[in-house]
Design a protein around this ligand. Structure first.
Ligand SMILES: [Zn+2]
Ligand SMILES: [Zn+2]
Length: 439
């Protein structure tokens, strides 16, 4: 067994400082208890009034009014369309950090039966659709509003500045529009004199209520949007030899694509997924159409795997089209890079996470093949992305409806853990993470 080094006097002094500084969070229990019913009320109101990506007008106004009412030093609106960034300066000097919540809902018809279920309809890419907070972003906004209230009424505890980033369009902007985290970054939320040096975000998911799940390094997948167009030659369904059948070619492509992760990629470097979620071509059974369009998504965790997958996908599509006398075009657009948690920051903030959720409720998660545009912030600054479990008591992970399901719901009792995590990060970062730079 290795001998532990004898603590030096500086370490002992730091330890003493730590104990004193931890008092920053002590005595906050009354503030959390006071804000909890408000967080639940805000969540229900936002849930009942969901807004699609880049259309978060009511939500943004509610947020901006709240931050102004709390006496924030600055509240900027209209960033990346409907984004709101509030700045709160602590009473003590210290670093600038950011906390982020996404605000948008999805074109899903809510079937939860909740008393505050959404009946909202709106237009999405030219179609009228029902709208629901099926990904739980209503809870994200409410939790960050709660953290804003606790911190604004406890400025004397705060060393440094906190930027509250309420972001539109995490689910992706409507066709033809820009939006989301990449546009927020482009519009300068991480730049300027008061640029944040670290960032935290939470996402709710169907795991044991009140748990915080983390992963060091790569956590959520990189996602690419995929579009394949196969062009053949239209003819009568009774005589396929007179034309080129793009449906037959598309079918071969769909089967062959699944062989790429299975047969051609070194899966020890990380998993990869290709899904074709939409296929369109033809109008009736006795006409072989001119073209077929397939739309899908690609998920990877490793840049080399991602590049190889793209190359193999393109060559496979080209070869199968050529072999059949058709032509095909492949369009791949990046949605988001890998969400990568900063290992050192995660290690240093672990006591804060345990304080927020409880020792037995902080757990390491498996890789998640879902993606998040929070990755764009993490390309610029270190940060943490954590999953907050919101299942009802007694409901195990995997037993509750998933995010994006019309039945997705969050147990509101878990939301205070999210508020505590956001507040704890803001109060502890200066002492824990910035104390011995560089990280
Ligand atoms: Zn989502
Ligand atoms: Zn989401």
């Amino acid at each position: 067994m290795k001998k532990l080094p004898t603590p030096c006097i500086i370490c002992l002094m730091m330890l003493t400082t730590t104990v004193t500084a931890q008092d920053d969070k002590q005595g906050l229990e009354a503030a959390f208890a006071a804000v909890e019913p408000k967080v639940i009320e805000w969540r229900r109101d936002i849930h009942q009034h969901p807004e699609l990506s880049n259309r978060e007008f009511r939500t943004a106004k509610k947020v901006a009014d709240h931050l102004r009412g709390l006496g924030f030093d600055e509240v900027r609106t209209g960033i990346a369309h409907t984004g709101v960034v509030g700045t709160l300066k602590g009473a003590k000097p210290g670093p600038v950090i950011a906390l982020r919540a996404d605000m948008d809902a999805l074109p899903v018809r809510e079937q939860t039966g909740l008393p505050f279920a959404s009946t909202v309809r709106d237009e999405y890419n030219g179609e009228e659709v029902p709208v629901m907070h099926a990904c739980g972003h209503d809870t994200h906004v409410a939790m960050l509003m709660g953290a804003a209230e606790v911190l604004a009424t406890n400025r004397e505890r705060l060393a440094g500045t906190v930027k509250f980033i309420f972001q539109p369009a995490e689910e992706g902007p409507p066709a033809g529009e820009e939006g989301g985290a990449s546009l927020m970054v482009k519009e300068g939320v991480l730049a300027g004199l008061d640029a944040p040096e670290a960032i935290l975000a939470l996402h709710v998911w169907p795991n044991t209520g009140g748990t915080l799940a983390y992963r060091s390094g790569g956590f959520l997948a990189a996602a690419d949007n995929l579009r394949i167009k196969v062009v053949g030659r239209q003819t009568h369904g009774s005589s396929p030899w007179r034309g080129v059948d793009p449906i037959y070619v598309a079918a071969q492509i769909m089967v062959a694509l699944q062989g790429i992760p299975g047969r051609h990629l070194d899966i020890t470097k990380g998993p990869a997924v290709i899904t074709i979620g939409s296929v369109h071509g033809g109008v009736r059974g006795n006409i072989i159409p001119d073209e077929v369009e397939m739309v899908g998504t690609i998920r990877t965790f490793d840049p080399e795997t991602r590049a190889l997958l793209h190359a193999k996908l393109r060559s496979t599509v080209r070869a199968l089209a050529e072999a059949n006398g058709a032509t095909a075009t492949v369009t791949i657009e990046s949605y988001a890079p890998v969400v990568r948690n900063h290992p050192e920051l995660l290690r240093k903030m672990m006591p804060t996470l345990r304080w927020a959720a409880g020792d037995d409720k902080v757990m390491e998660a498996s890789l998640i093949t879902g993606a998040e545009d929070f990755a764009f912030y993490l390309e610029s600054i270190p940060g943490l992305y954590l999953m907050l479990g919101v299942n009802d008591p007694g409901v195990a992970s995997g037993e509750a409806p998933a995010n994006h399901s019309p039945f997705f719901d969050a147990n509101e009792a878990a939301l205070i853990t999210g508020v505590r995590t956001l507040v704890g990060f803001a109060l502890d970062y200066a002492r824990v993470a910035a104390a011995d730079k560089p990280m």
